[in-house]
Design a protein around this ligand. Sequence first.
Ligand SMILES: [Zn+2]
Length: 301
Amino acid sequence: MMNRLLIATAFLAWLTSAQAEPLRVASLSTVMADLARQIGGERVEVTEIVKAGVDPHIYEPTPGDRKTMAKSQILLASGLGFEGYLDKIRPGLEKSGVRLVVGGDVVKPIEGSCDEHEGHDHAHGHSHGTTDPHWWHSISNVQAVAAQICNAFVAADPEGKATYEMNNKNLQTRLAALSKWVRLQLAALPKANRVLVTSHDALGYFAKDNGFEIFAVQGISTSDQPSSQKVKRLIGEIKARKVKAIFAENIENPKVLEQITNETGAKPGGVLYADGLGSGPAGTYEGMMKSNVSTIVEALK
Ligand SMILES: [Zn+2]
């Protein structure tokens, strides 16, 4: 009897510790890949299909990428129209048994600025209506998506439940601390200085959380090109409000940004991470957010 109990206990311990193969997770979002690594730890293997530094607005999956997605057990995507090709590949993925985890399904969406009346070319963009897809610039959205990823991992790999839930709990604590840090840093900025002039309209969620106004040269996609009237209007607005700095982005910037900086006398405020994570310290969500906030405070204080 005792022996049997020992064997059963040992078997159970083996079951919970040994995992033949890690959960195969593919990601179209650098932010969600980071969350997945933190929640999954060694139980998951995360393949980044869209990598940092790639413009996700114009990215299209290659045949190799499609194979990687079809072989994954879970595919992470931002949603809200950010991946314009997602609806097209969804049926095939579902047939292959891939679980799609779409961050945009669990966040509170906001509207982007609408430029459609100016006749912009949206053929290449991600503009489904005007919903702003850059939800990760609000930390509370990231907390919701982390919980969503945790639930998906538990469903796909129930034996890892305790690990995933503990890692998610720790991540939630760190995100709450990050939120507090952001508020503390931004307290240095008077209300009148809270104006963000950026390349494209990607920081709407950040602006909403922290009381900023956004003036973006392009719309919610990097493929939206501004009309000359819009540029003129922007230059007038920047001068009238005596905006101190204009921000560039780490991936793509419209040529006209330099012209606007020159004509307004505002200084270049540095580089913001708009469409996902960067490299080095900005290679994690926490690092990216800290880099953006520090750059903004330094330039506008
Ligand atoms: Zn964008």
